[in-house]
Design a protein around this ligand. Sequence first.
Ligand SMILES: Nc1nc2c(c(=O)[nH]1)N[C@H]1C(S)=C(S)[C@@H](COP(=O)(O)OP(=O)(O)OC[C@H]3O[C@@H](n4cnc5c(=O)[nH]c(N)nc54)[C@H](O)[C@@H]3O)O[C@H]1N2
Ligand SMILES: Nc1nc2c(c(=O)[nH]1)N[C@H]1C(S)=C(S)[C@@H](COP(=O)(O)OP(=O)(O)OC[C@H]3O[C@@H](n4cnc5c(=O)[nH]c(N)nc54)[C@H](O)[C@@H]3O)O[C@H]1N2
Ligand code: SF4
Ligand SMILES: [Mo]
Length: 904
Amino acid sequence: MTHTVRSTCCYCGVGCGVLIHTDGERITGIDGDPQHPANFGRLCTKGRTLPLTTGDVGRALAPMLREARDEERRPVAWDTAIDTAADRFAAIIREHGPDAVAFYLSGQLLTEDYYVFNKLAKGLVGTANVDTNSRLCMSSAVSAYKLAFGADGPPTCYDDLEHADLVLFAGSNAAYAHPVLFRRLEEARAARPGVRWIAIDPRRTDTAAMADLHLAIQPGTDVALFHGMLHHLIWEGRLDADLIDGHSEGFEQLKNEVRAYPPHRAAEICGIEEKDLVTAADWFGEAGAALSLYCMGLNQSSHGTDKNLALINLHLATGQLGRPGTGPFSLTGQPNAMGGREVGGMATMLASHRDLANASHREELAALWGVPAERLPAKPGLTAVELFDALEKGTVKAVWIACTNPAHSMPDLAKVQAALKNAEFVVLQEAFSDTDTAPFADLLLPASSWGEKEGVVTNSERRISRVRAAVRAPGDARADWRIARDFARALQQRLAPHEPDLFAFDSPEDVFVEYRATTVGRDIDIGGVDYALLEAAPQQWPLPAGEKLGRARLYTDRVFNTASGRARFHAVAYLPVAEAPNARYPFRLLSGRLRDQWHGMSRSGRVPQLFEHVAEARLAMNPGDMARRSLADGDLVEVSSKRGKLVLPVEASNETPSGSLFLPMHWNGQFLQDVGVNLLTLPARCDKSAQPELKHAAVRLEKLDLAWRCVAVVAGNVQVLLAKLRPLLAGCRYASLSLVGRERPAVRLTMAGESAPEGWLERLDAALGLAGGPDGLGYRDEKRGIDKRAQWQDGRLVAFRLAGETAAEGWLTEIMRQGGGWSFPRPWAFLPSAAAPAGAPAPVRMVCNCNGVSESAIAAALKAGGSLAAAQAATGCGTACGSCLPECKRLAAATLAQTEHAPA
Ligand SMILES: Nc1nc2c(c(=O)[nH]1)N[C@H]1C(S)=C(S)[C@@H](COP(=O)(O)OP(=O)(O)OC[C@H]3O[C@@H](n4cnc5c(=O)[nH]c(N)nc54)[C@H](O)[C@@H]3O)O[C@H]1N2
Ligand SMILES: Nc1nc2c(c(=O)[nH]1)N[C@H]1C(S)=C(S)[C@@H](COP(=O)(O)OP(=O)(O)OC[C@H]3O[C@@H](n4cnc5c(=O)[nH]c(N)nc54)[C@H](O)[C@@H]3O)O[C@H]1N2
Ligand code: SF4
Ligand SMILES: [Mo]
């Protein structure tokens, strides 16, 4: 029976509502929920392709346990898995105390999952060693909101996107990372002339390219910029005296601090023109409503909290908050980063915005939980980086990791790998079985995932939405809240058998009801919320019992959550990045997101069409820097920092400023020979938020001449092929996997080394089934080290593998991408040159992924129609999810300018 289930997208913090279509067994389709107030029916590329990521392949299907480190894991029954885990944890806790164990969670867990884990750690075990990947993501925003306003949480809502006259993107590439919000902003700007955008980003991102003013600051200099802007506004007298005098404290100290940042000096620190800084300040000061959207460019810094505070200072000083279209709006990254903060899902907080250090907060919570107040830790536990350090040192002996992939996403990965190797017992609760963390797990627990689980998530605007199951989980996978509950009960039997069952939950709703009780009377009071209400319509917090609607905006009355009720200015000083470029490591390495991939790609990396925007890992470099170093597109380089090195091809990028390099965070050991960018990053962190400086590391480059290359492209079941090819990556100097094509997708493996590794080619051919057959052809020139194979089926090229001479890979790959149609003599597959034979399809760069429209098709339609609107009507580009609209607009500007200047 086909039916439709309302739920929420599991990717980003926009929190789009979705309608999942199912035949009862499988998820068959998806649409944006027209009624959901985050997206009103829109979805981005990632959301639209979610059904393609479901099914059994690649999933963790049964609990897997190994008795000893050098053994293979073997499937076990759930009872055995839970009892073993409880025995191991209980023994360690008895012998070494509660702080010898730790939990490492995720902003992608649902609120109920998160709540159970936190109660388990803080209320049962009595440790605050429960941190999450939000430490790598939102913790600077949390610290700054608390310091400035007295409580965590953005004072803003999505409606503000439509009311803002000035939108300031600070360290946010919303065009890629929050696409549906970006669509709303584009529409708002189109509807209301006079709306201005400023983007602050060292790179010329799609977001920056669309802005009216792009401040391409030197990485890490945001505090100087915001202080310079405030200096100018103070000088111009554009301040809100009522807010400063009547509702805040600390302005005089800030004013003193800011004296040191006249615009010319601030601009010099930032490496921008003084006039641009002044323009930005003027626009901010003049705006009827100024809204800042900020994200990892501010947070992921050793001064992340200060960057946030300096921006909040600007809003407070000019009174740009508490009204429609105004406010400092921290965009959350993960779908439930906010929910994690609500339930106290970090080492530095307790449930419902309570503080560990506050004795009455501990007593309140202990009473609600029915546990002795002394059990609740009074001091912060280990934050992410500290937690893995402690595992390495052996002070923490067991770790429970859920819904995150730290062996890819943490900084300084060599250390994290050593920590996971050194741990006595590692539990990993994962939906997929092939992640970079999985090999370290002594116990791998299969989790159900999107489309299979129930609960709630809170998006960037404090809005709680229901997440609902449409199908049953594959294999033996179980819901995260349930795994946490079963383990918690088993552990309680061992540690506190005489206390009443602390985890008497029979459903996620039971958990929600208990969580709700902890919020009553707090700033995030959701006493008026239940599942039924959320199913009718998602709600913003706070929403206390008796009220009908959540609060869209906070601090509208200028009363803040501090003891005095006043907001606090913070006189922070600008400090440079922790690791400045130097003679040995002259480049700054930046990292961040691609439009169509999600983090470690365990989900998005299964969808061939999500590789069409960016096909493989490449290090983006400014063309001028490349020319100075005699580097050409595709050349292999070894990029290294003090901590590690990685071999990758370089790619010319006008987005990347001279002196900087950019590597997407996504690529990892499932797609590359090594775990990716975080081999190079550093563990330095913000002293207020403990958030690491993932965005800036000093690195150097060395061109490599790896003479022996091999390229293979093979069509078929890409999941099966990926699994077969992954073991071939490790040990190569350079190797990269990606997916190619759409209707007849293929896997592509590129590899380079000094020579062919012993037996590697034979293993490759065996994995790909290229060992021969009637429709296959081979070519070998042993003297020159050349070995090529190709295979056809029903007149189509279905596989080729070139070793030792790979020049023809470009056009052959293009043929595969376009379905394999072959109209040449077969031996032409072994032509030595890069030039495609006449009749071979021209290379296609896909811009619009939803409708499959290429760059050249858009350019042709632009030339024919004379406008973007005409091109859209002709090709459909950018008319589905709109993620490619910024790129379409850039193409239109370039193509139409060319046609105008072309001689008639
Ligand atoms: N497609 C996609 N969307 C996602 C995600 C994904 O994996 N894929 N992940 C989600 C998550 S968890 C998060 S946290 C968000 C992240 O969303 P964003 O923070 O918007 O994305 P990033 O690309 O990490 O970083 C944003 C920008 O910060 C810039 N930057 C680097 N250093 C500095 C600096 O010193 N100052 C300033 N002002 N800018 C700097 C980078 O050049 C980059 O363009 O995205 C969410 N959405
Ligand atoms: N250099 C650099 N490093 C970064 C960043 C950066 O910008 N630069 N960004 C940082 C940021 S902001 C973030 S948020 C982190 C993200 O880093 P991670 O949290 O490591 O990223 P994911 O790959 O999303 O990991 C989530 C895991 O949970 C699994 N999973 C999916 N659904 C479920 C489920 O329902 N239950 C369970 N149990 N598992 C599930 C997925 O398969 C996946 O392996 O990376 C950080 N690291
Ligand atoms: S913007 Fe895209 S990824 Fe984010 S919630 Fe919406 S559909 Fe999902
Ligand atoms: Mo994040």
